[in-house]
Design a protein around this ligand. Sequence first.
Ligand SMILES: *[C@@H]1O[C@H](CO)[C@@H](O)[C@H](O)[C@H]1NC(C)=O
Ligand SMILES: *[C@@H]1O[C@H](CO)[C@@H](O)[C@H](O)[C@H]1NC(C)=O
Ligand SMILES: *[C@@H]1O[C@H](CO)[C@@H](O)[C@H](O)[C@H]1NC(C)=O
Ligand SMILES: *[C@@H]1O[C@H](CO)[C@@H](O)[C@H](O)[C@H]1NC(C)=O
Ligand SMILES: *[C@@H]1O[C@H](CO)[C@@H](O)[C@H](O)[C@H]1NC(C)=O
Length: 260
Amino acid sequence: MENIMFFAFSCVVILLGSSRVNAKTVVSPSVSLTPTPAPAPASDFVNLTELFTVAGPFKIFLGYLESTKVIETFQDQANQTEEGITIFVPKDEAFSSLKKPSLSNLTAEQLKSLLLAHALPHFYSLAEFKNLSESNPISTFAGGQYAVNFTDVSGTVQLSSGWTNTKVTSSVHSTDPVAIYQINKVLLPKAIFGTPPPPSPAPAPSPDIAPVADIPSGADGDNALSPKSPPPPSSSYRIISWSILNYIVLAVSGAFISFL
Ligand SMILES: *[C@@H]1O[C@H](CO)[C@@H](O)[C@H](O)[C@H]1NC(C)=O
Ligand SMILES: *[C@@H]1O[C@H](CO)[C@@H](O)[C@H](O)[C@H]1NC(C)=O
Ligand SMILES: *[C@@H]1O[C@H](CO)[C@@H](O)[C@H](O)[C@H]1NC(C)=O
Ligand SMILES: *[C@@H]1O[C@H](CO)[C@@H](O)[C@H](O)[C@H]1NC(C)=O
Ligand SMILES: *[C@@H]1O[C@H](CO)[C@@H](O)[C@H](O)[C@H]1NC(C)=O
């Protein structure tokens, strides 16, 4: 009898020890908060003109789309629900901060290509860009000459047009078949502007991790934001439940011991 009780007690002690180890080593994984768009309900007709008018400050981009009639090309594609469309929209600030290579002396054809180079003739959710980045360069609506490269940095989608490097700062609309993402800069295609002059040495901007919906300062935003990572979810509930278990086990073994 005593042997059995001793065996039971040792088991309890071993169990206790291992549970402690478990409680310490089971670290809850940090959850990456990739913004996944809500699953698409029955897709209705999306009026792009209306969307650009209501969302964001996208007046300048919309103005260019209308003056070049590219809006009709985009709307036509948006109407084709089986492929859909993905449009990268520079906010108004992006155009006003665009000084060095200006859009003012582009030919009508070049301006049209530049606008078309802001879209992909297929719907992509944000989550799909990680996969898409493995097939770089990706042809835009303007064709393979106007391809862009995507990179996924911890859930932040960055894109390069050869001249311009920017990132998706927010998802304006992402319901199949229409995806509209806000970007910080106007994409200047290499096919029109060539390659940019080598950048002057500047402090390396800190990479952003979480996509940020809006940038309050007038700054470009690439430097204005500090890296943010979601705080690891608390693992205290685990520890609490383990200590409750430990407590029960202790109480039970205590009862055994007093029984002896
Ligand atoms: C889209 O919205 C614009 C602005 O509200 C409107 O002028 C236009 O007629 C609409 N187009 C369609 C096809 O509904
Ligand atoms: C897109 O579809 C809407 C609604 O069916 C229609 O009114 C509009 O003319 C279409 N636009 C284009 C460019 O196909
Ligand atoms: C626009 O003008 C700038 C200088 O004023 C020039 O370097 C550039 O090549 C011009 N772009 C086009 C497309 O003509
Ligand atoms: C990833 O991309 C490849 C083509 O590049 C495609 O065949 C595959 O289905 C994609 N996978 C997912 C999960 O989207
Ligand atoms: C995309 O990446 C490839 C390979 O790194 C590079 O050769 C090409 O110039 C890039 N294109 C753009 C538009 O950034």
